[in-house]
Every structure is written in structure tokens, then in C-alpha cells.
Design a protein. Sequence first.
Length: 628
Amino acid sequence: MKKCRHKKRRLFSSLSFRINLVLIIIMVIVGWFFTRGVTLGVSLVTNGNRQFNMSRMLTSSINDRMDHIENVLKTGALMALQKRITENNSTIVRDSIGKMDRIDTVYLSTNQLAEREEVKRCVAMVETSGASLWSEPYLIEKDSVSVPIVTFVTPLRNSQGKIYSSLCANIDLHWLDELARNEIGDESGAKVSVLTNSGVYVYYTDKERIMKKEMDFLSDPNHNEDWSLKFYSNVQQAANQTNDFSNVKATGWKVVCDVPLRDDNLLASVVTGVSVFMLVLLFFIIILCIIITVNWNLRPLAKITEATESIAQGNFNTKLPKIRGHSDISHLRDSFLSMQRELTKYIDDLRSTTEKKANMERDLHIAAKIQQGMLLKVFPAFPERDDIDIYGMQRAAKEVGGDIFDFMMRDDKLYFLIGDVSGKGVPASLFMTVVGHLFRNVARYSTSPSIIVEAINNGLAEGNDEDMFCTLFVGVLDMNTGMVEYCNAGHNPPIWIHEGKTAFMSPEVNLPTGVFGGFEYKLESMQLSEGDVLFLYTDGVNEAENVNKVLFGDTNTLAVVDLMKETQMKDLSNGVYDAVRQFFDGYEQSDDLTMLCLRWKNKATSQVCCSPAVLDKSHQMGISDTSA
């Protein structure tokens, strides 16, 4: 049962099943759209034919009616050849002509009814050309109702054939409504438009557009009409520009019959049924071919999957199945084979690299212990004196560090140094060792900090192919007077606690040591009062960075030192370190952190509490807490 369920899950999650499913869905969607498209196309063609036929028949009826009116009036005009018709003797003739086809009004061009602008313009053209014309349609008030009228004008000639007047007939266009309704029949929603060449509605089914321009309705944003009516109107009007079957011959009016789209006709149903049947048949044939083809082509993927699962479990010698041909799957198999070889090679290289890394880490750890052991062996402890309280601390960012602090006693003077070597790790630690040896060697023979720094700079600059450098602050404190001479080689300014006030010193900024030899460093001095404190540090304190990339900063450094200024130097150093470590908040230390603190006490008021043996060793420098 579990095996069966596992096979079903693999079936539904397999690539072939998903491809088949996607293709089936695509085929269903395409088939549905194709069927709807065929049905819509058949409906469009059917409705289009019905609309064109309806327009043609209505145009023919309008032409017949207007031809009949023209013949009646022209017949009346021929009657005028026998006797000259005037306003005084034309009443009988006009009445008889009007009764022949329900013509609204018959009159001469000299009648006041001919004063309409449309009629006057038409009469002038008739008398000039001698041909009968229809005027533009216009509205007149009849029984308090606006009625659309069109006037037919034909010339009256005398016995010599000269035009002496024009016979005019006003035709009420209400008969267009009767013709349109007869042609529309039971077509629900169909609309008939009769427009002049200037785009004025002579007739419209809903009557609200009669004698109004078409553009006024097309530009109206509130105008809403069936899209099929708009479509057929545009198609038919485009056809009318090249064909005359929907144009009234006498006036040039355009007749447009708008028939709503319907898909309930027999032809559309038959075509839809045949299309659906053929699509379903084609659909099943294509699906069957797709399933067979896809399954056949993707069958090797199952074997490749099993082989890759075995490789993923660590069996790198698993053989991949052979695939014939040059299909994408064969290329995939070749890629897996290449990956298997590269993975095997990578694992071997990783093992070798891991062993080398372990050996390197072991060597670094031994080097750190050797470095620490050497320092502790050479500098066993801080001097136990009552006239000076001095303490230093170093925390390396890596196994071995590049920061340095050092001090020594000679001739009742304290020589002290703090420095920061560029970079971290083994190169910095080696450079730092050289700095320490140079400091001790020069300090044995010179009392000037500037000379000590110049000697260190010249020693480091010689053969410095790696362009490393070291910032230094070197000072010499006279234990009897409290006078401090110092030289700053690009290092952070120390903090001076003087008479209870804590502030940064402002030493001259000289060039860091090791950049180039022969540089002349400036010597400076300051006078300490009893109880004054000098706090020296590297940039690992003020430039300590937390997880948010925010620096500890000079302000925090000064604040912590000021807070603990009354404590012992060891407590001051530990307090600053604890504040920086709390600022890290678990973030990895990015730079070496080193501090050197000293408080001078007046020798006249202090008693040396240490033994003569300790005093003899006062030249020794102490470095503690150097462990990482």
C-alpha cells in the first residue's frame, strides 16, 4: 500500500505529468477560444449579410418613392408648357399635383414659401443649371411640431424652352419611418439611419437624432450603444464610400441598417457543432500523441533521478544510465556525469584543504601561545611602585595581533609606547615584534621620544616592500617632576585626566612610522599634576563596530573614561573593555583592541612599597591580559 501511494505521489509530481497537464489545459483553452471565435465569425458574417440586404432593400424603396415624386412634379412641369403658370393661375395645377402622391405643398419659386435658405439655394442652382434638384432637409413648424421637410425643385419652361420660374414641392419625411418599419419587420433592436452627405440625420429609428449631426452623438461620453451596431455601422459606411447600393440616387443620402449581433441562427449552430466535434476529436488525438511522446522521452529521467539520489547519499561511484541519441536528456545525463566527477574531485580537494586549514589553525594557535609566552616571560609583571599606577591590555581580533604597548624604567624615567600596525594577523604581529625590539634598543640609549620614533621609522622603512606602517605614541615621564615629553606618529590622541577634568589631548600629527625614512618628528611636552591620568588606546576602541555598523565613537570612549577616572588603572582598562564588548552585543570583533593607562603620583608624597630587588628590575616592562 505504501509503495503504491509512493508511486502515485511520484506520478503527480513527475515532470511528464506536469507537462501533460499543462498541455491539456492549454489545448482546452485554445479549443474553447477557437469555438467561440468560429461562432462569433459565423454570427458576424450572417448578421452582416442581413444588414447589407436590409440596407439595400430600404435604399431601393426610398429611391422608388423619390423617383415617383420626381416623375409627378416633372409631369406637372410639362403641363406648364401649354399655359404659363403664375401665382394667380397655378392653384388648380398645384392642388392636382399635390393630390397625385400626398405631396405636402406645391408652390412656385416666387412664393414666400421659397424664402427658406435651403430652398432659395436650390432654386438658384436649378435656374442656373436647368436640372431638377433636391434641397437639403430642414425643419418647419407644423401644428406646433417640428417636421423634417425636403423640397424638390424642377424648372418651368415657356414655349421657347426658357426657364421663367421653378416648381417647388415640400415633401414631409415621415414616410421614411413607414418604409423603415416595413423593412425592419420583427428584427428586435435593429436601427435605421438615413444621413445626408454632411452627416445630418434625416431619419433615425429612435427619432431623437433627426436633423442633428452624427458627430454630436459620437463625441458624447454618455452615448452607449451595442458594439455590434457600431461595428456594422462603420463597416457599412466604409462600403458605402465605394458602392452605391446603399446610397439614395436622388439626394446621395446614406442608408445604414444596424442589426444587433445574434448567434442563435441555424448556420451558426451547425458550424459551432461541427467545430466542437472536430476539436474534441483532434483534442484527444493530440493529447494521446503528447502523452506517448512525453512519457517516452522523459522515461530516462526516472533512472537519472535514482542515480542522483544515490550520489547525494555519498555513493559517488554510482553509474548513470546510458541514453542513446543527442537529445536534451542525454546532454543532461552528460552534465550529471561531469558533475559527479567534479564532485568527487571537489570532495578530495576539500578533505586536503580541511587538513591544511586545521594544520594552519594549529600553527597559528601555537604562534599565539609562543608570542604570549615570550611577552610574559620577558615582561613578568607591572612594577609595584607607589609613585606610578600603570596597566595595559591587549585583545587581538585574530589568533595573533598587530597592536603593541610597551614600557620600561631607566634612570627614574618611564618610557612608554602604544602602537597600531596596519593590517591584522601574522604579518602585523611580525611587524609589531620588530617595533617592540626597536623601541627597547633605542630607549636604552636615548631619552628623547622624537629620536626614538625617528629610529623606529628608519628601521621599519628599510626593506619595507609590503608598504606596511605603524602608528605610534611614545612618551617619557620624569618620575620626579611629572614632566612628560612625547611624540605622536599618526596615532589616536590620548585622553588626559587633569585636575578632575577629562579631555582629549591635541598632539601634533606626524607621519606614521615605516612609510619612508628620514622624516623629522616633532617633540612635545606636558606637565602632569599629582593624580593625573593618561589613557592611551588604539582605534580598536573608538572604531569598534556593532551589528548595525555603528561605531563606538570618541564620545562614548571619553564618557566611559570620565565615568571611571577615580578607579585603579586596571579597573579603568577593564571597564572600557567591558563597555566596548557590551557595545559589540555578540558581533565579531573586527580590529585589535589595546589600551595603556597610567596615573602619576608625586614621589615626595609616596613611599616605595616594593623591595630593592624589585626596584632593580624597574627597567622591565609589563604586559598582561594579552590572551585573545
